[in-house]
Write a protein that binds this ligand. Structure first.
Ligand SMILES: [Fe+2]
Length: 188
């Protein structure tokens, strides 16, 4: 199928970020081999879960770097991350429930396309910002526009909570409607 290669074009020049991207690409290529080789649902499911975990870890690391340098586009960048995590949880839930309904070749192509597009766009813009001689790490990063929290919820509800978080982070009309709906529930 289609392998993805870490070329100079994908390099941001920020070592911590590039190292993560190389590993992400490696996992994507492992997934490609497993799909090609018609590996079992358990094997592919394990790789998808490893990919989700590593992407989550990488996004957290990248977001910490953005905070560390007071990156002004942190909110918009973080929303791209949240949207992918939402899709990832939905896909994993579907794969867990009905693996035969997940089109793996298309899924792999979507992930490769998303990763390459995100690196070339949002991640390179971040690297360009950090490389400016006038940009220095902040002594004390300001409170970001968005807050990260940890909550305990049933695993099959993660996608729903991520979707709600994305809607709230966007602050659109949907956000106001969601808050209103939740307040209605609270009023009993
Ligand atoms: Fe990113």
């Amino acid at each position: 199928m289609s392998k993805i290669t870490f070329t100079a074009e994908l390099a941001t020049g920020i070592k911590a970020i590039d190292d993560d991207h190389k590993l992400l690409i490696e996992i994507l290529n492992t997934l490609d081999d497993e799909i090609d080789g018609e590996s079992s649902v358990e094997v592919i499911g394990g790789t998808l879960e490893a990919l989700r975990r590593y992407v989550e870890e990488h996004f957290n690391r990248e977001e910490s770097i953005m905070e560390h340098y007071g990156y002004p586009e942190l909110g918009a960048h973080m929303r791209q991350h949240q949207q992918l995590m939402y899709s990832a949880h939905l896909i994993l839930r579907k794969f867990h429930d009905t693996p035969e309904k997940v089109k793996l070749v298309e899924l792999h192509a979507f992930l490769c396309h998303w990763v390459a597009g995100h690196i070339m766009g949002a991640d390179k813009a971040l690297a360009q910002f950090i490389r400016q001689p006038s940009v220095k790490p902040l002594d004390k990063p300001p409170a970001s526009e968005l807050k990260a929290i940890t909550v305990r919820i049933p695993p099959d509800q993660i996608a729903t909570i991520l979707r709600c978080a994305t809607i709230l982070a966007e602050g659109s009309a949907g956000s106001a409607a969601l808050v209103e709906f939740i307040e209605t529930l609270d009023k009993g």
